[in-house]
Design a protein around this ligand. Structure first.
Ligand SMILES: Nc1ncnc2c1ncn2[C@@H]1O[C@H](COP(=O)(O)OP(=O)(O)OP(=O)(O)O)[C@@H](O)[C@H]1O
Ligand SMILES: [Mg+2]
Length: 441
């Protein structure tokens, strides 16, 4: 079953999380803009407007106090003496009124504003009629004007300003409510965003975990397949070697031996002075050499000692023979008593030993090697060590000797490790159980 890489769905999950963050950022930006507008356009403006209204109230109070002084009996000053004071208060009041009108909230009813302005205009117009009365010495008329009309207008203005102040306060608390609503909306949406992002992350992670599990299962299955296949290849190879060895030994060996015997017989029948003796001797010599080669080849393909005497004797025999063949000094050491080990275990361990010693001769650049075998009741360990130049950091990729060693160890359910002994060089240690595989009969 072909497997698809999880990248597309992972990217989709990431995209969803990023899109959620981008959308939320945009949304928060808009909300913050709204908050800023509420803060500066409504609250600040409102407060400045209220300040002007308080200023107006203050001016109206001062006007009231001035009117009270003007009505006091026994006042040492003539009424006209209050004119500059009232003019000052007027300019202050009108200034505050003008500023307040500019800051008035959008919710203010135009009629209300107009009424305030009209009352104010009327008030000052009537105040201006006060001075001719005062100048003519009509003190009582002037005071009556203040008491009745002017005080009434002033009171109207004061109550209008109070109403506006209340309106400003209402507008402020409405803005506060709006701000609180924005905060709670942003907060709620932040939780929603967190939930969406967490969901996207959780979904993507779960998906990746599932895909990873499937990939690992597949790798495990493939690795199992590969092991089985390697085992089969090695078994077929060993079978072939065994059959070839038998064929060489039995067929060719017998034919060559028979040839030698027949030639010997033939030479006896020929007269002693015949020159054919020399030729027959040469042919016998060739037949003998070929027989030796065939035997050696047969032994190399599958040593009969393995089947006849088991692994322990085969290791002794091979190290001895290999030392003689190659000139390598091999220090062989055995610990424990080896049980009978034949068949599969024997052939795999034998091949591992062959390969390890071949590698010493071919790559280690030394003339000495150590072979240590330790037998325990249910396991054995074989160590092949040399103190040569050691393995390169990056061994050549072309060789298959070490791969085959690993495969064979794997087939025996054992483990193999390559290390550097304290004296330098290479150490290969193979440990296998003696019960799992093999034929100890
Ligand atoms: N005892 C050793 N000392 C130094 N280097 C070694 C030794 N054994 C193996 N190597 C290094 O490891 C490499 C791989 O060894 P491996 O047996 O797998 O391949 P090979 O011997 O080159 O070829 P092949 O065994 O397939 O004929 C070798 O080429 C060599 O560089
Ligand atoms: Mg090799």
């Amino acid at each position: 079953m072909p497997m698809r890489a999880p990248a597309v769905r992972q990217l989709a999950g990431l995209g969803v999380a990023l899109a959620a963050v981008v959308v939320y950022s945009g949304y928060t930006q808009i909300q913050l803009e709204g908050l800023r507008r509420l803060q500066t356009d409504t609250l600040d403006r409102n407060r400045r407007g209220s300040l002007q209204l308080v200023r107006i109230q203050n001016s109206l109070n001062l006007i009231g106090l001035t009117f009270r002084d003007m009505q006091r009996d026994g006042d040492p000053y003539p009424l006209t003496a209050y004119r500059p004071q009232l003019d000052r208060l007027r300019s202050g009041l009108e200034d505050a009124l003008a500023k307040e009108a500019a800051l008035a909230p959008a919710t203010r009813v135009a009629a209300q504003q107009k009424r305030l302005e009209d009352t104010c205009a009327r008030f000052w117009k009537e105040t201006s009629t006060l001075w001719p009365l005062a100048a003519d010495g009509r003190l009582n008329d002037a005071r009556a004007l203040i008491r009745t009309r002017l005080e009434a207008e002033r009171a109207t203005m004061a109550s209008l300003v109070s109403a506006l102040l209340v309106q400003n306060q209402d507008a402020e608390s409405a803005a506060q409510t709006q701000i609180a609503a924005i905060y709670s909306r942003v907060e709620r949406n932040l939780y929603l965003l967190l939930a969406a992002v967490l969901l996207a992350i959780a979904a993507t992670s779960l998906y990746v975990i599932r895909v990873n599990r499937r990939v690992f299962q597949r790798i495990e299955a493939l690795s199992e397949q590969r092991r089985t296949l390697a085992g089969q290849v090695i078994s077929v190879q060993e079978e072939l070697f065994r059959a070839l060895a038998r064929e060489l030994h039995d067929e060719f060996g017998q034919v060559l031996t028979a040839m030698g015997v027949m030639l010997q017989r033939a030479s006896k029948r020929i007269p002693a002075e015949s020159s054919a003796h020399e030729d027959i001797r040469e042919v016998r010599e060739i037949a003998h050499q070929t027989l030796e080669k065939v035997r050696a080849m047969s032994q190399m393909l599958h040593p009969p000692v393995l089947d006849d005497y088991g692994l322990e004797r085969s290791i002794e025999w091979y190290t001895d023979k290999y030392a003689k063949q190659t000139g390598l000094t091999i220090h062989y050491e055995k610990i424990g008593i080896g049980p009978w080990i034949g068949d599969q275990i024997a052939i795999h361990m034998y091949r591992i030993l062959q390969e390890a010693l071949n590698n010493v001769v071919r790559h280690a650049d030394t003339r000495e090697a150590w072979v240590r075998v330790r037998y325990e009741p249910h396991r054995m360990e074989m160590v092949v060590e040399d103190h040569g130049k050691g393995m390169p950091a990056q061994p050549e990729a072309s060789g298959i000797g070490m791969i085959a060693m690993r495969e064979r160890t794997g087939l025996l359910n054992g483990d193999i490790d390559f290390s550097t002994p304290p004296a330098g060089g290479t150490r290969i240690a193979v440990r296998i159980p003696l019960t799992a595989v093999g034929d100890p009969s």
